[in-house]
Design a protein around this ligand. Structure first.
Ligand SMILES: Cc1ncc(COP(=O)(O)O)c(C=O)c1O
Length: 433
């Protein structure tokens, strides 16, 4: 039994089985896009801690910032004693991600907590309770975030969930639909369904917010249609409904921009952040238009650890490092390389690889059974396992686990990206060939 196996044996004794295993790998150290596992094997990291390590592992600026802060103080609680590290970060976020003329940001500890707070703010400010979300969405594991999440495999048996949450069809136009309708016809249909929801399911006068991932992370990297999103913006403004974008997975360079919404020419009222914002430390944010953020009564939002100083300095160091080294250009470049490969694999296995989708470097392939056309989660699982044997960590996504997604660090050396893609290609050939 090797060291990794021993860790999994120990895990069985003290950790509940309910905690999922996305990839049966281990880690003892990491640098850049390389992980060294518990047995000293080098593995290329295409999972990036589920979208956290856009900047890569072991960034010295982040490490030094954490060490220096640990020497000063580790915790105080921002509500008790104010500290500049929190403000350095909120100022940076407001500068980088303006939501209109004047922007404010609050810090959280995670993506789910950002969602919880965004919903509380939206309800408090509008005085309305209804929240519209989308099928295929994932917003986190706390009770409201879980309510808003679509996939029942995460939810079964843990309800009842929060009331006043309604679900819309996600506006992703799959290229294979082109034989039935054009993108434009599809967009019009989705807009018609939006209106139908407001006539037959919930009234606009009861709706506080519409919450959307512009690229669905756990949902399999589906991309929301531009015309629909632009329509949503107009519709929300006209009906005093807040538009909230969940950028937890899509933010900080992953799509080749700081925010996926920059691709749409649309500014949300509120947005939620976490993952790569912290360079590996647990931190998130709700960013919003100042008049909305300030309309909430003091006391409604907060928490002991929110904006923990260690996480604040790590986040600021990480953002500055990403800015200096142009993370967005890196995201675009990784995206181009990966998309070319994915397109070539789809051309080789058109019956199995039924979609190549995403935005920037947030890219996935979708696997289906060649005869039935049904989602092929089993092949995706086999590919992940074969990759690990070969020295590559990659994870799946999608409601049926049938998509292979790339969330590698964006600052990845060309030769490692190439090698990782070659290993993935070998695993695909062995599985589908
Ligand atoms: C889009 C999105 N929102 C929210 C979350 C929840 O974030 P966290 O796991 O930090 O609570 C995730 C996590 O994968 C996510 O992808």
């Amino acid at each position: 039994m090797n060291n990794t196996d021993k860790l999994y044996e120990r895990r069985k004794k003290s950790v509940p089985n309910a905690l999922g295993i996305f990839n049966p790998s281990s880690i003892q150290s990491a640098k850049g896009a390389l992980i060294v596992d518990a047995d000293g094997r080098e593995l290329i990291d295409f999972a990036g801690g589920i979208g956290v390590n856009n900047a890569g592992h072991g960034v010295s600026e982040i490490i030094e910032a954490i060490k220096a802060q640990a020497d000063k103080f580790i915790h105080a609680s921002f509500n008790v004693s104010i500290y500049e590290q929190y403000l350095d970060l909120t100022e940076k976020l407001c500068e980088l991600l303006p939501h209109g003329e004047s922007t404010k940001a609050m810090l959280t500890l995670s993506g789910a907590e950002s969602i919880e707070n965004a919903i509380k703010i939206a309800r408090a400010v509008t005085g309305k309770s209804g929240i519209l979300c989308f099928d295929g969405s994932f917003h986190g594991r706390t009770m409201m975030a879980m309510t808003l999440t679509s996939n029942v495999k995460y939810k079964e048996g843990a309800g009842p969930y929060a009331p006043e949450v309604y679900r819309l069809e996600y506006p992703y136009y799959k290229p294979s639909m082109s034989s039935r309708m054009t993108q434009d016809e599809f967009d019009d249909l989705m807009i018609m369904k939006l209106h139908k929801t407001f006539s037959s399911i919930v009234s606009v006068t009861q709706t506080a917010a519409i919450l959307l991932e512009l690229v669905q992370g756990e949902g399999g990297f589906t991309v929301a249609s531009k015309k629909y999103v632009q329509y949503l913006r107009k519709f929300c403004t006209e009906n005093q409904i807040l538009l909230i974008f969940d950028e937890v997975q899509s933010g900080f360079g992953r799509t080749g921009k700081w925010a996926a919404y920059e691709h749409y020419g649309v500014t949300p009222d509120l947005s939620t952040w976490a993952k790569s914002m912290g360079g590996g430390m647990p931190i998130g944010a709700v960013i919003g238009k100042q008049e909305i953020m300030d309309a909430v009564k003091p006391g409604l939002i907060g928490g002991t650890y929110l904006g923990n100083p260690m996480s604040c300095v790590a986040s600021l160091a990480s953002i500055q490092y990403m800015q200096r080294n142009n993370i967005n250009a890196a995201g675009e470049k990784v995206g181009r390389v990966v998309r070319n490969k994915f397109n070539a694999w789809q051309a080789k296995y058109p019956q199995n690889i039924t979609d190549v989708r995403g935005l920037g470097a947030m890219l996935a392939i979708e696997l289906s059974h060649p005869t039935s056309g049904q989602p092929d989660g089993a092949s995706a699982k086999t590919i992940v396992e074969k990759c690990l044997e070969k020295g590559l960590i990659v994870i799946t996504s999608g409601t049926y686990g049938n998509c292979i997604r790339i969330l590698s660090p964006l600052f990845i050396e060309d030769h490692l990206l190439e090698r990782g893609l070659n290993l993935l290609e070998e695993a695909i050939n062995e599985t589908l060939g």
